[in-house]
Design a protein around this ligand. Sequence first.
Ligand code: NAD
Length: 398
Amino acid sequence: MIIKPRTRGFICTTAHPQGCAEQVRRQIEYVQARPAIRGPRNVLVVGASAGYGLAARIVAAFGARANTVGVYRPGERSGGRTASAGWYNSAAFETAARETGLQSFSVTGDAFADETKAKAVNLIRKELGQVDLVIYSVATARRTNPRTGETSTSVLKPIGQPYTNKTVNFHDGEVSLVTLEPATEEEIQGTVDVMGGEDWQLWIDALREGGALAPNATTIAYSYIGPELTQAIYRQGSIGRAKDHLEATAKRLHERLAAGGGRAYVTVGKALVTQSSSAIPVVPLYISALYKVMKEKGIHEGCIEQMYRLFADRLYSPNAEDVPVDGEGRIRIDDWEMREDVQREVADIWSRIETSNIYELTDLEGYRREFFQLFGFETEGIDYEADVDPNVDIPNIS
Ligand SMILES: NC(=O)c1ccc[n+]([C@@H]2O[C@H](COP(=O)([O-])OP(=O)(O)OC[C@H]3O[C@@H](n4cnc5c(N)ncnc54)[C@H](O)[C@@H]3O)[C@@H](O)[C@H]2O)c1
């Protein structure tokens, strides 16, 4: 079939298998062109099919020659539709990993379910023995708690009072003011249930109890802080409460793992175009301004550059005895985004943005292109008029 993008707001409901494979290939190539990392041997990535999780899996496999297990939601093809981008990404990863002689396995299912955890633990025990790095990178809007059976929903809202700021429709460049009503207590709790640290902790518990976690294992999950202008919607908003919970979980896990020489960290990443961040009001416009400034300064990074730096300069740096962390014990790879000169220029752009100058003042065109590239579209070297087979198998899947 000939596959074209079909969008609904910030969601693209189709994906292109060859375009996704090409995006994965480029990330692998980026890592292979850099110095090898003396890192982990066996790695579990929960939320492995896109964004930070996929990039971390690529760095672990192709940068450190680690065996990997990726957990992600099944997104296979049904009816006349294409499979999900995550499915095609994972197929490309698994194929490339096997071709280079690495062991790699996919566990598909709901990461929040006990059954998925048990499947991953059994697979690790059987195939790899234990994992010495666990990356938790799940981003979603809903979670069913396996203990209570209750389903929670996360919201992206301010807390306490309404918040008004500029936002953009990244398809047509229209800038407008958006006012977001504050989250209710129930909505805040729901967001913490979905995006906080509870499930990360449950994964570590399941791995430990199942004997699948090396005593000196490292585990990380991702957080975001960002500048003043997104504080009300992000860090001081409902999602910020979930990140506070995630960071508190890291401290608890760190204390527990320290006895065996293990460690747990939250890694504060940079704002990036991913399926999850495109759903946050205001943030895509901020990212467009940020990309413009960081590209001009030659310090722009995507997921793969961020994850390579996390492994090579932070977690497994040969030059540092301890992982460098901030006063709160967090690893910071948002250091370039948060640079004073970068933020000053972004704030200046922000004050001037309107529909008439958006493409000149910001990198909205780059944002839009990267959004489509997440689904395998607008990728150089792919013939989008050609007939492609949307059925793609993933080796080693359970
Ligand atoms: N994108 C950013 O700008 C940014 C910045 C800093 C931190 N982060 C954080 O990084 C983490 C990952 O986000 P991302 O932007 O890479 O998101 P993403 O949407 O690109 O990837 C999310 C991953 O989670 C998986 N997933 C979602 N629900 C699942 C479920 N129920 N079961 C199994 N897998 C599931 C998806 O398949 C996918 O692999 C999040 O904690 C996010 O807050 C993102």
